[in-house]
Design a protein around this ligand. Structure first.
Ligand code: G6P
Length: 620
């Protein structure tokens, strides 16, 4: 995990780096640090705690310090302490680096470096990289000069990187080369923003767009060296590579709060717009078909698929579960969903005609990426449903569909989830159309889907009422979320949302499973959230609501607007606009997002940065 930023330019580096860190804070926020080249020396400041704690320890920025690196951490190796915070220095004190990723062979390298007499001060895997570069740098400066006249700092970095196993996004500086910044990438994202006489290196475009919208995306095993002659991209084996400058798609305005108290709330309210953008140009009403350009060359094969396997983590996994129901219902293709972390280790069976579809907001989740690699190794065609353009999963998959939901900053995924459901619905309709659906049916589903953003607006207007419901129930530490059919995955998602940001324990279940055990949990006043919108299992779920009420549980019921029959069964009622059952998940999840959001705020918690979590989980 972690976010890294590097700056090379004409301005004082410190404010640029600190601003960049704030934009990357979602990637981890247990410690932070900065290193600048100041008067021929590397100056490091770092501390456990949030970026604000680092800011408080910094001196006033100086315009003489125009090259630097910075880091916001999510601890993997070693707890969140001042010493374990990045940047890490090598034993000469000349080289400083920040790292996002995990070095798998760090213990072997550490033992070897210790035998060579190098002392370690931290418990991190990252410190090994710094010392390894320092080791080659010292040699390069003495007996083992690079033979081709190559800069010794760059050469040392390459020598070290060639010996690392694992993943890294790195930004590195050296006090002997005060006008040089090096970045390198393997398995962790790294983007170089190219401005007018200035460069910003970062894990995510969010830290770059304030300065420039032109960027290059480094690929695995590539590095970039920035000096007074400009930037040079190479492989870590020193082979020059030419990279195209690309335009970064989103603006600064899109990632700022725009009057909302939190990113999560902003992103919940952005859902109608995000869905409209996601569906724009894809719903072809005139020809009664769906156009998913990114999949065009695979649609014929996909239509004949024998099996579709969705994979992802967290909220994206829940989207996969809905996708499985949608594909089986509309396209009649067998489908299943597997946690990416399980899929990759269970020796999955990939037969001819199996398609694996990876779902990920960030496109950087390591478990999902590993599942993609596993599926490819086993010969599957692998497609992606991803939000972040140019991300690792987007590039590793054979083809895919972008969500176009805009940047999602809040750690708890919201608008990416509903956009994932919209893409899955579009895919299922189009596959259905190509297999057996009549054109009137296709037209019906397209029309119904097009109405969803407007219906979400109606749910959002109930935010205050939902806050009152949260207020009345937040004293209870245990909650149940229950749904059936297409709304079963939404029960899981509702419980996940409440857990991750309000730290209340919640369990999501298919409502019928309650009687096989969890019903024993129900005690006086325990909140049970039922998704009981009209559909084929409506009567059954009323039965389940009664089972809870008769045992003293308190019911919060999501019901179809205008359903008066259900009122007597609900201690709290949340009306949801009517929709066919297969489209209900995109609607029913929205009140549950709001419920979790308000519960967390009312409990005084940091909604956008919940404890122990990070937005982009780049560890396995
Ligand atoms: C983290 C986030 C979740 C997200 C999951 C998968 O755990 O906190 O909100 O659902 O990662 O992320 P992805 O970027 O692959 O969708």
């Amino acid at each position: 995990m972690c976010g890294i930023v590097g700056y090379w330019g004409k301005k004082a580096a410190q404010p640029v780096l600190m601003e960049g860190l704030k934009r990357l804070e979602y990637r981890g926020y247990d410690s932070a640090g900065i290193a600048l080249i100041a008067d021929g020396q590397v100056m490091v400041k770092k501390t456990a705690g949030r970026i604000s704690a680092l800011q408080a320890r910094l001196d006033r920025p100086s315009r003489r310090h125009t090259v630097g690196i910075a880091h916001t951490r999510w601890a993997t190796h070693g707890p969140a302490t001042d010493i374990n915070a990045h940047p890490h220095l090598d034993f000469t004190g000349k080289i400083a680096l920040v790292h996002n990723g995990i070095i798998e062979n760090y213990q072997t390298l550490k033992r070897w470096l210790q035998i060579e007499g190098i002392q370690f001060v931290s418990e991190t895997d990252t410190e090994v990289i710094a010392h390894l570069i320092g080791y080659f740098y010292t040699k390069g400066c003495s007996d083992q000069r690079p033979s081709n006249g190559q800069n010794v700092f760059e050469w040392s970095v390459q020598q070290a990187l060639q010996r690392l196993h694992g993943t890294y996004g790195l930004a590195i500086i050296c006090s002997d080369f005060p006008k040089m910044l090096i970045g390198a990438r393997k398995g962790s994202p790294l983007i170089l923003g190219v401005g007018d006489g200035e460069y910003v290196l970062a894990s995510d475009a969010a830290a770059i767009v304030e300065h420039t919208t032109r960027a290059i995306y480094l690929a695995d095993n590539e590095m970039v060296t920035i000096d007074s002659d400009g930037f040079h991209t190479k492989t870590i084996d020193n082979v020059t590579v030419c990279k195209d400058l690309q335009e970064i798609e989103f603006s600064l305005e899109q990632i700022e709060l725009g009057g909302f108290a939190h990113h999560m709330l902003k992103e919940i309210f952005e859902q109608p717009q995000a869905l409209n953008t996601c569906m724009q140009g894809r719903l072809n009403r005139r020809d009664r078909r769906i156009v998913l350009g990114g999949l065009a060359s695979y649609m014929r094969q996909l239509t004949r698929a024998r099996r579709i396997v969705f994979t992802g983590c967290g909220t994206a996994f829940h989207a996969g579960l809905v996708g499985e129901y949608l594909i089986e219902y509309l396209a009649r293709i067998p489908a299943e969903t597997e946690y990416a972390s399980e899929f990759r280790y269970r020796s999955p069976i990939i037969e001819d005609g199996t398609f694996v579809i990876a779902i990920s907001q960030s496109g950087e989740t390591q478990d999902t990426m590993a599942a993609v690699e596993e599926a490819k190794d086993r010969g599957a065609t692998v497609l992606g449903i991803v939000n972040v353009v140019g991300s690792s999963i987007a590039r590793a998959t054979d083809a895919g569909v972008y969500l176009h939901a805009g940047p999602e900053i809040g750690v708890a995924s919201t608008k990416a989830f509903t956009a994932q459901l919209a893409v899955l619905t579009m895919l299922a309709i189009e596959l259905g159309r190509r297999r057996h659906l009549g054109s009137a049916e296709v037209e019906y589903w397209i029309e119904q889907l097009a109405q969803i953003p407007g219906k979400i607006e109606r749910i959002l207007s109930q935010s205050d009422q939902i806050r009152q419901i949260a207020q009345a129930n937040i004293d209870h530490n245990n909650w149940l979320f229950l749904g059936r059919g297409f709304n079963y995955p939404i029960a899981l998602e509702g419980a996940l949302k409440l857990k991750e940001i309000s730290y209340l324990h919640a369990e999501g279940l298919p409502a019928a499973e309650m009687k096989h055990g969890p019903i024993a949990l129900i005690s006086d006043g325990m909140p049970a959230v039922f998704i009981a919108t009209r559909g084929p299992q409506y009567d059954k779920i009323i039965g389940n609501i009664n089972e809870v009420r008769s045992r003293g549980g308190r019911t919060i019921v999501l019901a179809t607007e205008g359903d008066d029959q259900i009122r007597p069964y609900a201690d709290f009622l949340i009306p949801v606009p009517d929709a066919p059952e297969i489209l209900q998940p995109i609607l029913t999840v929205v009140p549950l997002q709001l419920l979790a959001y308000h519960a967390a705020v009312l409990r005084g918690l940091d909604v956008d940065k919940p404890r122990n979590l990070a937005k982009s989980v780049t560890v396995q």
